[in-house]
Design a binder for this molecule. Structure first.
Ligand code: NAD
Length: 353
């Protein structure tokens, strides 16, 4: 009998295809079925990925007893309903980010996993990046000392995806740039530092570029072209300050669009060293003897992030390892994002609940 895990992919848009390509690189995974509500796209993706079993209704895919595990690659509003239905059908789940529209929905997914006794891995692919793993290694070896401050900068100049489509419609996405891209580096900051206790947030979100949609100037748009009959009711800029208990803090700027230079990094400061990832080769800012020193760090930066994500998921399904990113961590990240939106609406610091 084959020891391959039979996979179904629900949602074969941009990331669904990335999942299919990545599973194809993993010996013990076999994508046996695809599902999408768009019949033409489904047929085209079936041909592209060499998958013959195609479903237009995810309930049919979940009822297929041949399938052991599913990748959930649909718009954010469908994460909770499909992940919960998958657990009820006895499948293991690899769930794309963000976990759901809110921490409450995330918790419902967690509960469904527990009822089913199945595996859930969050699609936090940045954890599989060479830079992310290197940063974690440096921290785990104590080379930064005691961590007290983190900074997340994710700034696009003009990078709103699918203007007017599901990405920019709050009911379908849960929010804009903050929930779409912020989630990656918030997870990375908490995972590498081990600070999974966000306690208080003061933040502000803005909507400056999508309204009216026709006035948005851009040079490229993925998930496009724009649909000017659609909706734009989400943030395109967010900034704020997070406390992790009494001794650690994080400030952040996350935006799809702003009149600024594009920039992307996670910086972590400790009392022995500070380091940035995401902006070229990492340099450890530290002291050597009694000298202030910049130490250029050497590491293997060749890694296929998505293939590694699938490999870790298959190992978790087989019971050989813990999921690379857990549902509980997903819920904590959603609580942080919920608090950022609440703080902005309240114009005040709020407790992360
Ligand atoms: N990990 C990453 O780096 C990364 C990158 C891009 C997107 N994502 C996440 O992946 C998810 C999908 O994003 P995308 O860019 O692929 O979007 P997309 O719009 O390209 O694809 C989504 C697909 O889901 C299909 N779909 C919608 N409702 C469905 C349903 N009920 N049943 C089956 N199929 C359905 C759509 O027809 C579409 O083909 C989002 O949650 C997004 O945040 C993650």
């Amino acid at each position: 009998m084959s020891d391959k895990v039979k996979i179904g992919i629900v949602g074969v848009g941009t990331i669904g295809s990335v999942h299919a390509d990545a599973y194809a690189k993993v010996n013990r995974a076999d994508v046996v079925a695809l599902c999408d509500i768009l019949p033409d796209r489904l047929k085209e993706k079936g041909a592209r990925h060499g998958v013959e079993t195609l479903y237009e209704d995810y309930n049919e895919l979940l009822a297929d007893s041949d399938i052991e595990a599913v990748s959930v690659c649909v718009p954010n509003n469908m994460h909770a309903p499909i992940a919960i239905a998958a657990f009820d059908a006895g499948k293991d789940v690899l769930l794309e980010k963000p976990m759901a529209l809110s921490a409450q929905e995330g918790q419902a997914i967690c509960d469904a996993r527990d009822r089913a006794g199945k595996v859930l891995q969050m699609g936090m692919v940045q954890r599989q990046s060479a830079d992310g793993r290197f940063l974690k290694e440096v921290i785990d070896k104590g080379q930064l000392g005691e961590i007290y401050q983190m900074r997340v900068i994710l700034r696009r100049r003009r990078g709103i995806p699918g203007m007017g489509g599901w990405f920019t419609t709050k009911a379908l996405s849960g929010g804009g740039g903050l929930i779409d891209i912020g989630v990656h580096f918030f997870d990375l900051a908490m995972w590498t530092s081990g600070c999974w206790n966000p306690t208080r947030v003061s933040a502000k979100t803005y909507t400056k570029f999508g309204s009216p949609m026709e006035n948005y100037n851009y040079t490229s748009m993925w998930a496009g072209p724009p649909d000017y009959n659609g909706t734009f009711d989400v943030d395109d800029y967010a900034c704020g300050f997070v406390r992790f208990g009494a001794n650690t803090t994080m400030n952040f700027e996350v935006c799809w669009a702003a009149n600024t230079e594009p920039q992307q990094f996670l910086e972590i400061l400790g009392d022995k060293g500070g380091i940035r990832m995401g902006s070229g080769a990492p340099v450890l800012l530290t002291e050597v003897g009694d000298r202030i020193a910049d130490v250029k760090m050497d590491y293997d930066n060749k890694r296929d992030n998505f293939a590694e994500e699938m490999r870790t998921f298959i190992a978790a399904v087989k019971g050989e390892a813990e999921p690379a990113a857990t549902a509980e961590q997903g819920v904590t990240t959603m609580k942080l994002i919920d608090a950022i939106y609440r703080s902005s609406a309240a114009d005040a610091e709020v407790v992360v609940e």
